[in-house]
Design a protein around this ligand. Structure first.
Ligand SMILES: NC(=O)c1ccc[n+]([C@@H]2O[C@H](COP(=O)([O-])OP(=O)(O)OC[C@H]3O[C@@H](n4cnc5c(N)ncnc54)[C@H](OP(=O)(O)O)[C@@H]3O)[C@@H](O)[C@H]2O)c1
Ligand SMILES: [Zn+2]
Length: 396
């Protein structure tokens, strides 16, 4: 049986697929470690239903769009389904597969953004739809579709989390006040965006330099917490102070210290280890890495299972060693100045980082960069978090 011809226009396909990208982003922070997925149903050039994957274990984008279609009193027969990711066809998971749902709904055409890298799907979803006589087009806007789910693709492919680095700097390029003492650089609106980003991450990592200088708490405050958060400190020589805010809150928000075996097994530090353990601090097994510091490849590789999206809030030292490993960078630039030679300067951003967006945040500027040489890079479009931050600013 041949499906009735649906009117095809490349420009219209891209418009509806972009709508599906934006819908997908609404699930950010709740669907992980699943990918964000959106679906738009169109008949006669009109949207008759749309949906996105709202949370991990919840219904997929396609059945949500079909339900929306029914709620609008529309029928999906003869429609085109725009889906950011290939519809699934495997049954060994929480929800029933989507390709058979689209077939049963009698859609005549499916346009996909990219194939599902999951080996259980990867082209099989498309094949199932085609075998049922449905026309499947795509990948359309493939690089953007992959960029949308790059944290998912990265964690599946490399076994390491997607890494975002963020810092704030003054107009004269400093990240702290005189002598490295803490200085309030960001304005409240910029800080709010940071707390939102923390709330959507699974983990935050800092270097011990920042713990000693700033005594940070590293929790998501004043925003809805979308995900459980773990905090990590890279502390080769076990200098984490037992009376720091991080350690004092270790029983309520998990704190993991990564220290070298030499420090953990040093009899002179046995008291410190016991004190930290008693406070609820967990230790990560790490070998001494480059220059006797924590090996970042091992550290990042140990996180998968718990952490798919890691936010690093580094000082200049950790920033320098994280550049090759990070995927995205958010720099908040303030009009304030430090005007002091002893204030530490921000690490220079390597040329491989491409700017993807710039946002005015009540006088501070947020600039997003993506690491072109990183494993998660597909194209220079703003990330979902940047798009959401931009909309958040527009509605303030
Ligand atoms: N403006 C901002 O957004 C912002 C953010 C954070 C910090 N800061 C400022 O930055 C300053 C602290 O920065 P910092 O550069 O001294 O320290 P840092 O980057 O916070 O921490 C660096 C330390 O982490 C430990 N480390 C362990 N493994 C590492 C690895 N693989 N690579 C790099 N470091 C590793 C090292 O100490 P061990 O060898 O002892 O383990 C290293 O000295 C403070 O003045 C703070 O106020 C500003
Ligand atoms: Zn599905």
């Amino acid at each position: 049986m041949t499906a009735p011809a649906a009117t095809v226009s490349a420009e219209r396909d891209e418009t509806f697929l972009r709508r599906a990208f934006r819908l997908a982003m609404t699930g950010r922070g709740r669907v992980e470690p699943n990918p964000m997925v959106g679906c738009v149903l169109v008949r006669d050039g009109r949207i008759i239903g749309e949906g996105y994957h709202t949370h991990w274990g919840g219904p997929h984008a396609e059945p949500t769009a079909l339900a929306d279609c029914a709620a609008r009193g529309e029928g999906p027969a003869g429609a085109t389904a725009y889906v950011t990711l290939e519809p699934c066809c495997h049954t060994n998971k929480k929800t029933p597969p989507c390709a058979p749902r689209l077939i049963a709904a009698k859609v005549v055409r499916v346009v996909i953004g990219c194939l599902d890298p999951n080996p259980a799907v990867n082209g099989n979803g498309v094949a199932m739809l085609r075998a049922a006589g449905i026309r499947v087009d795509g990948p359309v806007l493939e690089a953007e579709a992959k960029q949308l789910i790059s944290p998912f693709l990265k964690s599946q492919g490399s076994g390491r989390p997607y890494v975002t680095m963020k810092w704030a700097e003054t107009a004269d390029g400093k990240v702290a006040g005189p002598g490295g003492r803490r200085m309030q650089i960001s304005n409240p609106a910029a800080s709010r965006l940071v707390h939102q980003l923390r709330a959507r991450s699974d983990g935050i990592v800092v270097g011990i330099g920042t713990v000693l200088a700033d005594d940070p708490l590293l929790t998501a405050r004043g925003v809805e917490a979308a995900r459980p958060l773990r905090r990590f400190v890279l502390d080769t020589h076990l200098r984490s102070p037992p009376d720091s805010q991080l350690v004092r809150t270790a029983r309520t928000v998990p704190l993991v210290v990564s220290a070298s075996p030499a420090a953990r097994n040093d009899p002179a530090r046995a008291g410190r280890v016991a004190e930290l353990r008693a406070a609820g601090v967990k230790f990560l097994d790490d070998d001494d890495g480059v220059d006797g510091r924590i090996n970042l490849r091992e550290f990042l590789g140990s996180l998968i299972g718990d952490v798919y999206h890691l936010l690093a809030e580094p000082g200049p030292t950790l920033a320098r060693s994280l550049f090759p490993w990070a995927d995205r960078l958010w720099v908040f630039r303030s009009p304030r100045r430090a005007d002091d030679d002893t204030a530490p300067a921000a690490a220079p951003i390597p040329a491989g980082y491409a700017e993807t967006g710039r946002l005015d945040v009540e006088g501070d500027t947020l600039t997003e960069y993506l690491n072109r040489s990183g494993e998660a890079f597909h194209t220079t479009v703003p990330s979902a978090d940047f798009v959401l931050a931009t909309e958040d600013r527009m509605t303030e």
